[in-house]
Design a protein around this ligand. Structure first.
Ligand code: TMP
Length: 257
């Protein structure tokens, strides 16, 4: 790693460095796994590389659909160059099947198909534990304008339709996932673009036949086999080869507390 780079921000799963050109940022995917607002932590060797590669693949496809994203290119297995954007402080969760906090909150059995896709908004604020909010809060407090929320909701629905089909094609149910958006300024123009990452860290992915979990719930629920599950997703997407079992993908729990 190049220590001379200027670090902009370190989050739970990623580090941001100043990019080589103005208006760019380098995103470094760490092997750290956290859950429940970082109450639970571990380092899982190989997770960062898998997430970087899966997210690169999905963001490239979303760019190809004509939806703007922050993604520019991968720099190496663990790092990617993205556009500098002003992050909108929202976690946009899209759900197709009941699971996780929705099941808990509303008493709906995990695995039940929802009558329609549901979008939820959470205020991105770790010290408050990312509370759920409505569009009323978002616009009243000026986190995003009504026009920006229209763009965010429309883009989220298109991304959900696209990703649901893509995963279905490789025998995976897209149960739910979380998106983040940013403002990208170009000359006098401002556009809402997809930001952050899309990986098994922020999606629920279930095998269509067995309902096996291929996502971070393996860590949240102490099931083990997280790297193998992420590798399986990467393999089915055609990102890594069936026989690719290099050292860097070997599962190893380095530290747990
Ligand atoms: P939830 O059921 O815990 O609310 O999670 C819904 C989806 O959002 C799930 O795919 C995991 C993802 N998620 C994140 O990416 N980050 C978070 O901080 C949380 C709580 C969920």
């Amino acid at each position: 790693m190049n220590n001379k780079r200027t670090r902009i921000y370190e989050g739970k799963a990623k580090i941001l460095y100043e990019g080589p050109e103005p208006g760019t940022v380098v995103v470094h995917f760490k092997d750290d796994a956290t859950a429940f607002n970082a109450e639970k932590k571990a380092v899982i060797d190989g997770k960062g590389v898998l997430n970087q590669r899966i997210s690169e693949f999905l963001f490239t496809k979303i760019n190809d659909m004509g939806l703007p994203t922050h993604f520019l290119r991968s720099l190496n297995m663990r790092e990617q160059l993205v556009r500098e954007v002003e992050i909108i402080p929202l976690e946009v969760v899209v759900r197709n099947i009941a699971a996780g906090s929705l099941s808990k909150r509303l008493g709906i059995e995990e695995g039940k198909q929802l009558p329609r896709s549901i979008i939820e908004l959470y205020y991105k604020n770790d010290s408050l534990g990312d509370p759920m909010v409505t569009e009323e809060h978002v616009t009243a407090f000026g986190w995003a304008t009504p026009q920006e929320m229209d763009d965010i909701v429309h883009m989220s629905i298109r991304i959900n339709d696209f990703l649901s089909g893509l995963f279905l094609g490789i025998g995976i149910k897209l149960v739910d996932f979380k998106l983040e958006f940013g403002r990208f300024y170009e000359n006098d123009m401002m556009r809402i673009v997809l930001a952050d990452e899309i990986s098994p860290d922020n999606c629920r992915l279930w095998d269509i036949k067995t309902n096996d979990k291929l996502d971070k719930d393996r860590f949240r629920r102490d099931m083990g086999g997280l790297v193998e599950a992420y590798q399986e997703v990467a393999r089915r997407l055609g990102i890594i080869q069936a026989n690719e079992t290099t050292e860097r993908f070997k599962p190893k729990l380095v530290k747990s507390d």
